[in-house]
Design a protein around this ligand. Sequence first.
Ligand code: NAP
Length: 245
Amino acid sequence: MVVLTGGARGVTAACALEMAEKYSPVLILIGRSPLPASEPAWAENLHEPALLKKAILAGAFKGRTPKPVEIDKEYQKIMAGREIQGHMEQMKAHGSTVRYFSADVGNKAEMDAVFKAVRKEFRQITAIVHGAGVIDDKRIVDKQPEPFMRVMETKVKGLDVLLSLSKTDPLKYFVLFSSIAARTGNQGQCDYAMANEVLNKTAQKLAAAHPSCKYLSLNWGPWDGGMVDDSLKREFAKKGWPLFP
Ligand SMILES: NC(=O)c1ccc[n+]([C@@H]2O[C@H](COP(=O)([O-])OP(=O)(O)OC[C@H]3O[C@@H](n4cnc5c(N)ncnc54)[C@H](OP(=O)(O)O)[C@@H]3O)[C@@H](O)[C@H]2O)c1
């Protein structure tokens, strides 16, 4: 049974899907987004962004005129729900039993509740993939404490929480989604690079100390998806770095 932080969306979901296709394990997916409920009737079957945003404007804010940022937030919520739902359905179609929990990986109480519920239903946790991560790219002089800490803590405090809660689990694999930015640096990403390098060094140390579990920190290069948006894609193209499909 595999617990994946960030496993319902982005590239961690792509890896969970691959696991479902090859081995059909029980997959426990964790993200901050709420478990998607059924969509309001006015949003159903709308996939074109402009049409969906028009429907949001008409359907979600009855009696008042929302700010563009509110429409965008509602749009992102619907799109996140669809992404989670779609991935879960695909994983189940490959034979995996799938559960989704809404929790912040850096919140020990929330994660403790998830781990307890998971052990109650499935007895043992045998593998953990820590894929949760966020970016907030800015030059060092423009970095503010709150976003800086969010980037760091999603990875580093998240790892700390996972290690502390899984102490008694018979783990065979503990895989961390780190980044090549940890080794090369990247413009605007001093916080992200540091956070990922903490993952690397921690995995190195744990691998030496606990050979019964495979600790691995994967320094991914850029993928064509997830947090790599069009502007990042252009930057990578300039450097001649190819994207993982
Ligand atoms: N994409 C790439 O090219 C690339 C390259 C190198 C490394 N990586 C690493 O791969 C991992 C996934 O990246 P991605 O591109 O797939 O990003 P993404 O599409 O933004 O997905 C990030 C995932 O993390 C979850 N998440 C974020 N903060 C969380 C928190 N506090 N608690 C629980 N879940 C949280 C998100 O779910 P919610 O929003 O629902 O919380 C989402 O599922 C990251 O660790 C990233 O650093 C990615």
